[in-house]
Design a protein around this ligand. Structure first.
Ligand SMILES: [Zn+2]
Length: 419
């Protein structure tokens, strides 16, 4: 006997922040058959409703982490975490692998992880395809093979992306530092140029992780000359990109690149988020387009931890809460070319995050191991994916054990898995 689950899930009295639809107020959300079917004040009750009172909590679209490493099938690196690790507990309903696999390993990754029901029933996984066929090695300088021209096959990368276009969101290049020494076999822009070729062939965005190598390979040349509108520079506040001048003003080339349509993504990572860059840049008005973690085995226990920790850093630097939500929902959805996600639009998939906003004194650590203390902290209370509750540590909406025992004197042999 299994406790019956039926009827609509109705989330009542939460503060709904849904930037795509201009909503910010106390509203109810009705979910039926995995879809959002109504968002309004005081929705009428219907028979069988599973209603949860969320007064005092914040209801947002499911969070999208557009840079993480979840290709646990990839045997060449030890970067990846299982997609359920430190995602659901942060309101994440869509996690994007940022090119751990290249065109050699992608089909295996798809089979073993993306389409695996144990994953797919709980979270949506998308991916970039690495221009390097063997994908990423571990560590900041990657595997030796990430410098080899023969690995960078733009036709095969593009064909892989096209063949899996339902789950692939672009091409990735990273880790091409050529051991800090370019030569005939390792020309300066090789990886970026091959990746751009692939991205043009499959007509998808390119996500770039970059390390300037002067004088031949400069950051302004990358964002002003190489990147196309809609391409994404991840790790915007890494140590290797001084984004602010000595007077604390953002370099003019950053504004110019943004004007051209280049996207700037946070990509926190183990070494790519420095307060000494992020705080002056954000206070000068240069706010990244999207927040992402670059979550992997090397930073899951600190300093990244999860998406909500990254969001809390941006929030406590001074970006208003609705904008932090926008940067973690509708903005990444747009960058991924999936505008159906990152919203609470009626008719769309019921991917929903519910947060408490704690007030007090909270300290957050960056990649330089320096701290920033602020007075607000988002803390995920529930995650709903495709209409199913997949995270609910405090039992919002559940009955007490005494009520249960009174209603069902004979215990259920099998408990329902959700809610
Ligand atoms: Zn990464």
């Amino acid at each position: 006997m299994v406790r019956p689950i039926s009827g609509d899930l109705v989330l009542r009295n939460g503060r709904v922040i849904d930037p795509a639809n201009g909503r910010d107020g106390v509203l109810d959300v009705r979910v039926s058959d995995g879809k959002i079917v109504a968002v309004d004040a005081n929705l009428p009750a219907q028979p069988g409703d599973r209603s949860i009172d969320l007064a005092g909590l914040i209801v947002t679209p499911g969070i999208i982490d557009m840079h993480a490493h979840v290709a646990v099938s990839h045997i060449r690196s030890e970067l990846s975490l299982h997609p359920l690790v430190n995602t659901l507990e942060s309101g994440v309903t869509t996690v994007v692998d940022a090119g751990t696999c290249g065109w050699i390993d992608f089909p295996h990754f798809r089979h073993e992880v993306i389409d695996n029901p144990r994953v797919a029933n709980r979270i949506r996984v998308f991916s970039y395809v690495n221009i390097v066929g063997s994908g990423m090695g571990g560590g900041g300088f990657g595997g030796e093979w990430e410098h080899e021209a023969a690995e960078m096959n733009s036709v095969l990368a593009a064909n892989t992306a096209t063949a899996h276009a339902d789950v692939v969101v672009g091409i990735k290049t990273a880790h091409y530092w050529a051991k800090r020494h370019f030569d005939d076999a390792h020309p300066a822009w090789l990886a970026v140029d091959r990746a751009l070729e692939a991205a043009n062939l499959c007509d998808m965005p390119l996500m770039i992780d970059f390390f300037p190598n002067l004088p031949t390979q400069s950051y302004p040349d990358l964002i002003l000359k190489k990147m196309r509108p809609g391409d994404i520079h991840t790790h915007v506040f890494a140590q290797q990109f001084p984004s602010v001048e000595e007077d604390g003003k953002v370099f003019p080339y950053m504004w110019e690149a943004r004007e051209r349509g280049v996207i700037f993504d946070l990509g926190h990572g183990a070494g790519s988020f420095w307060y000494r860059h992020a705080v002056p840049a954000i206070r000068d008005g240069f706010i990244p387009d999207s927040i992402s973690t670059d979550l992997h085995t090397g930073n899951v226990a600190g300093v990244v931890i999860d998406m909500q920790t990254c969001m809390n850093k941006i929030l406590n630097i001074g970006v208003p809460l609705p904008q932090v939500i926008e940067m973690s929902t509708v903005a990444p959805a747009r960058e991924l070319g999936r505008p159906d996600l990152g919203t609470l639009t009626v008719g769309g998939p019921a991917d929903i995050a519910i947060f408490a906003l704690d007030e007090g004194s909270f300290t957050f650590v960056d990649c330089e191991r320096t701290t920033l203390t602020g007075n607000q902290r988002l803390r995920c209370e529930m995650t709903v994916y495709n209409g199913n509750v997949v995270y609910n540590p405090h039992g919002n909406g559940l009955v007490t054990w005494e009520e249960d025992a009174a209603e069902y004197p004979v215990p259920f042999h099998v408990r329902a898995q959700e809610f």
